[in-house]
Design a protein around this ligand. Structure first.
Ligand code: 5BU
Length: 291
């Protein structure tokens, strides 16, 4: 049985006709929040790098995290903090739940390298379970300070999930085929918490596998770009790009787009373009599977 977060993500994908995750690769917390509000209608996941944003307000009640969580409830998207945990169990627990960012309070999804071994995942899962047990029932829209156009879709669940980094998009990365395979073995041992992978395509190799795959390094071909904000093929620092159409064809569940949308003159229009192009490719994939 897929995790609550996976089930919710799949509901969102159908309801919003979107497989898009925008990566908020912007330098201030204010710009990150503004981007979330701008692209919210077009996305199902919003990815952050909390430690990249200046001016992060650590107030656990009214700070940046709670403000982003409110936007996620308003626009119906999941928040994914791209923290890439990679340490011993005790340390990752503190990095997840404590400090100024208190990631666990507002991020439905986080990710981790499997390099430190499976106990690190168990440590994150334990922390998430402890957090869930402390949560009051979900606030309903009546308590929200603003109206939402999505009354027919439930608010994001009070649950937490993890993605393992099984493959990366940077040139020359060390995540080879045997590493990827080990990731899937470890993921199967903790299915309750591990919802899937960051990878270049699906890794559901066993019959009972039901993992979600999210893929970064996604950009429109320059000829389809509205404003040329994308890099063609790669960026100057080793990032490698694949088109949204190709990623959907390969079977990715979610495309992650940073530069292509953050650097656009009109990020809302650009996000909508990515949503539409990816959704058309997704529908074609579904039709061809049925045929
Ligand atoms: P881009 O501007 O669309 O290239 O941004 C991609 C984002 O995804 C950026 O935040 C990266 O940190 C993130 N990313 C990635 O590009 N490649 C990877 O393998 C992983 C994360 Br893991």
């Amino acid at each position: 049985m897929a995790s609550l977060i996976t089930q919710y993500l799949r509901t969102l994908i159908q309801a919003k006709k979107s497989t898009l995750c925008v990566s908020a690769d912007v330098t201030s917390a204010a710009a990150m929040l503004s981007l979330a509000d701008t692209v919210g209608p077009s996305i199902v996941v919003f990815k952050t790098h909390a430690d990249m944003h200046t001016g992060w307000n650590a107030d656990p009640e009214h700070g940046t995290g709670p403000q982003l969580a409110a936007l996620a409830r308003r626009h119906r998207f999941l928040i994914f903090e791209d923290r890439k945990f990679a340490d011993i169990g005790f340390t990752v627990q503190q990095q997840y739940a404590a400090g100024d960012y208190r990631i666990l309070d507002w991020a439905h999804i986080v990710n981790a390298h499997v390099l430190p071994g499976p106990d690190m995942i168990r440590a994150l899962a334990l922390e998430a379970t402890k957090w869930k047990e402390q949560q009051p029932a979900l606030k309903s829209d009546e308590t929200m300070p603003f109206a939402t156009p999505y009354q027919n879709i439930a608010e994001p669940p009070n649950d937490r999930a993890l993605l393992l980094l099984a493959q990366m998009t940077s040139a020359g990365n060390l995540l080879d085929a045997s590493y990827t395979e080990t990731c899937t073995t470890i993921a199967r041992q903790q299915r309750d918490f591990v919802m899937g992978f960051i990878a270049l395509g699906p890794l559901n190799w066993e019959p009972e596998d039901d993992f979600v795959v999210m893929t970064p390094g996604c950009a429109l071909p320059l000829e389809e770009s509205l404003d040329g904000s994308e890099f063609a093929g790669s960026d100057p620092l080793g990032q490698q790009y694949i088109t949204p159409q190709e990623l959907m064809l390969r079977g990715s569940d979610i495309i992650i787009v940073g530069t292509g949308i953050c650097n656009a003159k009109d990020p809302a229009a650009k996000a909508e373009q990515y949503r539409r192009v990816a959704w058309e490719a997704y529908e074609n994939r579904i039709i061809s599977i049925k045929l």
